[in-house]
Ligand binder design. Sequence first.
Ligand code: NAD
Length: 320
Amino acid sequence: MSISTDEKIAVVGTGLVGRAWSIVFARAGFPVSLYDPVDGAVEQALQLVEELLPELAQEDLLGGNSPDQVKARLTSAPTLADALAGAMYVQESAPERLEVKQELYRELDQLAEPNTVLASSTSGIPASAFTEGLANRQRCLVAHPINPPHIVPLVEIVPTPWTDAKVIQKTKALMSQIQQLPIQLNREVKGFVVNRLQGALLAEAFKLVEDGVCNVTDVDAAIANGLGLRWSFIGPFETIDLNSAKGVRGYCEMLGPLYYELAQEQADPRPWSEALVNEIDRQRREKLPVEHIGTRQVWRDQRLAKLVNAKKQADQKLGE
Ligand SMILES: NC(=O)c1ccc[n+]([C@@H]2O[C@H](COP(=O)([O-])OP(=O)(O)OC[C@H]3O[C@@H](n4cnc5c(N)ncnc54)[C@H](O)[C@@H]3O)[C@@H](O)[C@H]2O)c1
């Protein structure tokens, strides 16, 4: 399914994630209408995007477009109705609060043409929680990006029980066309796949520090210099499949009992106590004063861009 790049995309909510989405759609050739109810928010988003574009061009992250070509496809909409007029697809990136999404989706459903797809960037609220009573709820679903979506390509497609199969298909086709990499969940589950996996890892990371097994820096190193290197191009199943000459079956025979014992030890969830958070914060602030977080975010995104490019080059040389 190829979608004409004459079709209009609306980005509703232009904070961190909304403005990054606008780059993703515009660099793929789509005209993007940006709307945000807060005064000056769209102008600020457009300014930040404009500042970012030359750097993205240098990292070959504008799909061969010049910064000016991408910028020319972005327009500010004075009202929500203007943003939605003639839009084929809406990427909603409003704050992660259920009552905000519920109110906004009532408006979106009334204002958007019945076939316009309404996709939410929500990090973990199933869309059924804010679309149930809508007249055209069959066109709603979640398209959850990983921050920042103009560098990290994964998108989780999470349909509600009432999402039309054609809407899922169209959203996946659109994501593939704009060079994002969609995965589809078969049903709604809190936190979706990415944050469930991240949550399991974080729960154990907090316990390791709380129990004095090691410090924050060493937990981070275990991922950054170890597991994370493999995970940047193969997932946990392929990792274990390649760790035994007999594949996943051999790995499970060899280490299944150990992992079962670990899972029993790990089964008891613990809240993140204030004392533990204070300790983790103390260790992090020794490494990075809070006022340097913005600079470090820029550093992270620059490294991510280089990593994504290195992956592309390795795929071309060695095959995927
Ligand atoms: N920050 C992340 O790492 C991340 C990653 C993936 C998904 N998300 C999801 O993306 C969404 C947006 O998150 P963010 O980090 O960009 O937040 P943000 O606070 O940076 O931006 C939210 C924007 O929504 C605007 N807004 C406020 N009320 C609104 C309304 N009623 N209608 C439309 N817009 C409204 C705000 O003015 C702001 O510009 C959330 O659902 C979040 O869970 C965030």
